[in-house]
Design a protein around this ligand. Structure first.
Ligand code: AMP
Length: 143
């Protein structure tokens, strides 16, 4: 299973925000779209950073409600780990586990083309387990 297969199921739309936008606006986007992170981009498919709900929690813990008026740029993670269409599910799980993050943007030829969350990975792994389990059951029934 590859990232390409995951994206063909879930779609390639990625919610992005600009570095100058405020934390309050990002919180509203994450809440209304039911997502946990947004890629920070100038809008031309580039990846300038990533901002997740965890960054917002840290910002509020540090400066209180005033953090909502601060910029994304100030609280985003700049060194973003990305994947490619050909990246395998196993490699993606390893990256998320060792990096301790739950979102990986997908970039092809320098352009953002999707985002995989830990929820997508778990959903697909469960589906794979079900298929494997059914194959084993069928095998036992006919053995
Ligand atoms: P998350 O678990 O995705 O909510 O993110 C936890 C922390 O890791 C936050 O500080 C994020 O900005 C950061 N983060 C999330 N995804 C990535 C990524 N793909 N590469 C680097 N940092 C990330």
């Amino acid at each position: 299973m590859t990232v390409s297969r995951i994206l063909s199921t879930k779609g390639r739309a990625v919610y992005t925000v600009e570095p100058e936008q405020t934390i309050g606006v990002v919180a509203q986007i994450l809440s209304s779209k039911g997502i946990g992170a947004a890629v920070v981009s100038s809008g031309a498919g580039d990846v300038l950073g990533i901002i997740s709900e965890r960054d917002i929690v840290h910002a509020i813990a540090k400066t209180g409600a005033a953090a909502l008026s601060e910029t994304v740029e100030r609280h985003m993670t700049e060194r973003v780990i990305t994947a490619q269409e050909k990246t395998t599910l196993e490699s993606l799980m390893q990256t998320m586990t060792s990096g301790r993050f739950r979102h990986v943007p997908v970039v092809e030829s320098g352009s953002l083309c999707g985002l995989v969350s830990i929820g997508d990975v778990v959903k697909l792994r469960l589906e794979e387990f079900e298929v494997e389990q059914q194959a084993l059951k069928d095998y036992i029934a006919t053995a």
